[in-house]
Design a protein around this ligand. Structure first.
Ligand SMILES: [Zn+2]
Ligand SMILES: [Zn+2]
Length: 385
């Protein structure tokens, strides 16, 4: 490639993206530039190949590390496929898992078994409370579906595709090669191997046999789901491509639903635990007692031990989140105590405090830092325990 473009930019992913994120990004881009979806579009085909090149590098731990450190120069010793010289069919076979198992190349690759349609991807945004309670989400997405006017034939109502006159319906033509010494059999350029041609196009799909259709589904989000996880809804992807299965009766691809969990303004999720701060008065911290703390779903009592310090982490058991693996057991709520110091004192309060101060013998006592350090401490505490 003349200009060496950044692989992360090509796939529209962050440099910190995980392997799974890179895979999803590639699937998304490959669908966007897919030759079946952009027939005759040279730019789309080039992009399709460029994306394959980017994915080949970024999905290989060793080559990704070289690329991350040295850029394109780092890859010269370990060249990959030259996708620019490859046919899309060959790219489908290399990344078979991306294109939904047997799908991808349609009938053109001559694979065994029924051809499967493409997988699709959509995103669902939920709140933290939905992680706790689970949710049925309405999902609306668009997919290329069998045109109902022509039932996938691409021909105008009342007409039928005719046997291709160029190849007499065989899908192949013989050409003389090397001054007539050989006869080479190639795919018929008129019908592109489909054996049939359409005389009058269907007005709905203009011969494409597929039209974009909206689809609405209810997807069950299980409790304990994590941000970035994917729910696979089997058989809700696209029907097989028209070249392979015009009527689209073969197995459909799947729909991948990527879960985005919104950040909560009070609670931070740390695996199955939740963390929050809670302000208390310095007298409560010193004397000990009870206070009410809002959890994700209600209110619980928090026992403040006598002599609680600023930044100390107290635990309310079972007020965290369930996990996908064990929906009935729950994590804890970790409460970082923030000690409130009054801005203003009344005359009586000041007098009392001054009396108290006189009894104190450690005037250089230091408070623990609050803010970001608190979260780090919570994380360290949890991962250390
Ligand atoms: Zn049609
Ligand atoms: Zn033909």
């Amino acid at each position: 490639m003349a200009v060496e473009r950044d692989y992360y930019e090509i796939l529209s992913v962050e440099r910190t993206a995980s392997g799974e994120e890179i895979k999803r990004a590639y699937r998304r881009m490959a669908m966007k530039w897919h030759p079946d979806r952009n027939p005759g579009d040279a730019k789309a085909e080039t992009e399709f190949k460029v994306c394959a090149e980017a994915y080949e590098v970024l999905s290989d731990t060793e080559r990704k590390a070289l690329y991350d450190q040295y850029g394109h120069a780092g890859l010269r010793q370990t060249p990959g496929h030259d996708f620019t010289r490859m046919r899309p069919d060959d790219i489908f076979s290399i990344f078979n898992d991306i294109f939904g198992g047997g799908g991808g190349g349609g009938a053109r690759g001559g694979r065994r078994g029924p051809v499967r349609g493409y997988d699709l991807e959509t995103t669902v945004e939920i709140d933290l409370i939905d992680v706790l309670k689970g949710k049925d989400v309405d999902v609306a997405f668009s997919r290329r579906d069998v045109c109902s006017s022509c039932e996938g034939s691409g021909a105008k109502a009342g007409t039928k595709p005719i046997k291709c006159p160029t190849c007499a319906g065989t899908g192949q033509v013989a050409q003389a090669g090397l001054g007539g010494m050989f006869r080479m059999v190639t795919t018929c350029p008129n019908c592109r191997g489909r054996c049939q041609v359409i005389t009058e196009f269907c007005q709905e799909c203009r011969g494409a046999a597929r039209v974009p259709k909206r689809r609405n589904l209810v997807v069950k989000i299980p409790v304990g789901i994590e941000h970035g996880q994917v729910i696979r809804v089997s058989g809700e992807g696209e029907p097989p491509p028209p070249d392979a299965d015009a009527a689209g009766k073969g197995p459909r691809g799947d729909l991948h639903v990527v879960i985005v969990v919104h950040e909560h303004e009070t609670f931070e999720r740390i695996e199955d635990d939740l963390a929050r701060t809670r302000e208390i008065s310095f007298s409560l911290a010193a004397l000990g007692g009870m206070t009410a703390v809002e959890t994700l779903e209600g209110t619980r009592t928090l026992d403040i031990p006598r002599g609680t310090h600023h930044g100390e982490i107290l635990t309310i058991e079972g007020a965290g989140l369930p996990t996908l693996r064990s929906p009935t057991t729950r994590g804890d709520l970790r409460v970082a105590v923030v000690i409130r110091v009054p801005n203003k004192l009344t005359g009586a309060q000041r007098e009392l405090l001054e009396q108290f101060a006189k009894t104190e013998n450690n005037p250089d006592e230091e408070l623990r830092p609050a803010g970001k350090g608190v979260w780090k401490k919570i994380k360290d505490t949890i991962s250390g325990s």
